[in-house]
Design a protein around this ligand. Sequence first.
Ligand code: NAI
Length: 283
Amino acid sequence: MTINKVMVIGAGQMGAGIAQVFAQSGLQVMLNDLKQEALDKGLAGIEKRLKRAMEKGKMTEEDQQSTLQNLSGSTALEDASDCDFVIEAVVENMDVKEKVFKSLDEITPSHAILATNTSSLPITEIAAATSRPSQVIGMHFMNPVPVMKLVEIIRAIQTSDETYQAIEDLAKKLEKTPVEVEDFPGFVSNRILMPMINEAIYTVHEGVATPEDVDTVMKLGMNHPMGPLTLADFIGLDTCLYIMEVLHEGFGDSKYRPCPLLRKYVKAGWLGKKSGRGFYSYE
Ligand code: NAI
C-alpha cells in the first residue's frame, strides 16, 4: 500500500519529533493535539530544530522549506478522514489511547493503518478496541526522534503481514532501522533497559555506591554514552516506575520488582530533570 498522507496525534516531545521526520522524508503530515497551545509549541520546536540543522550545515534551505511545506497543524481528529496512516503519541494511558483508537476507527478510511508509539501498553488490547485489528501496530520511536535510528515495530497478535510490511517499508523510508518485535511487556527496548535502571537504583538504595559512581562505572566501564541514573532522570522517574510496574504485573516475576527507593522518589515528586530533582539536581 502507498502511504502519502499522515496524521501524528499528540504534539508533545515524541509526536513533534515523529512529525518532523515524516515531513523531512517528503510525506504530507498533519500534527494534531487537543490543545492549540501544545500544537503551537510542537510546531515551533520543529521550526527551531530545522533552523539549527540548517545553521550547522546539516540541511539546505531548500530542504528546510519543503519540510515546512509538508507540515500542517490540526486540533480536530476529524482531519484524519483522508489519511492513509495515523500514529498516536498521546499520554501513556490505556483509557485515553482506546478512546483515540475508537474515534480513529470511525474517522479514517478503511484502508488506513493505525499505529501507536506507546512505550509499554499492550498493542493487542489497543487493536481489539477497533474494528480493524489486523491494521493496528506498534511503531515505537526513541527520544529524540530526529536523532535516534531505531524503530521497534511491534506486532499485535492480530497484526497482518501486509500491515507489518507497510510499516517496515515506512520506517526505512524515514531512514530508520526497524526491528520486528512481538507484543510482550516492555517489548525489547524497555524489557532490557528498565531492569538495568532499576538495578542501578537498587545499587544506590543498598549503599553500594553513589549515583555518580554508578554512572561512572557504566560509562567508563561499559562504554555507555550516559549512566543509567542520568538516563533515568532524563526519561522521568515516574515513567521508569510505571514501566517497571507493567513488567512486574505482565510477567508476574519478582525480578521486575520496582526498587523501593524509586517509589520513594516518585512519591516525593522527585521525577528527574522535568521536576528539577531526581538522582541529580537540575536547579
Ligand atoms: P507528552 O506529554 O510530551 O505529549 C503528549 C501530548 O499529547 C500532549 O501535548 C497532550 O496535549 C497530547 N494529548 C493528550 N491527549 C490527547 C488526545 N486525546 N488527542 C490529541 N492530543 C492529546 O508525551 P510524550 O513523552 O511525547 O509521550 C507520548 C507517547 O510516546 C507515550 O505513549 C509515551 O509512552 C511514548 N514514548 C515516550 C518516550 C519518551 O522518551 N518520552 C519514548 C518513546 C515512547
